[in-house]
Write a protein that binds this ligand. Sequence first.
Ligand SMILES: [Zn+2]
Length: 82
Amino acid sequence: MNTVHFTLPSVLPSRPALQDTTTTAKQVESGLARVTTPQDTPIFICAFQDCNRLFPSRDRLMFHRKRDHDSEEDGDIITWNE
Ligand SMILES: [Zn+2]
């Protein structure tokens, strides 16, 4: 069985954020999309090069970092919760 593995380049090209003009209010109400907050959806991203894994808490991220990177460095974390 093949495992499909997606990766992102460590540097992504930036572009201006544009207003979403294609999603209708009805689609939003039907649950295809929703507005969330840092309290509802905590996001902590391991920003070590080529990792970019996403975790629901700083503790989970640090556990991953220790196990997978053999590091207790607490920098290079992207989050909107702190
Ligand atoms: Zn990582």
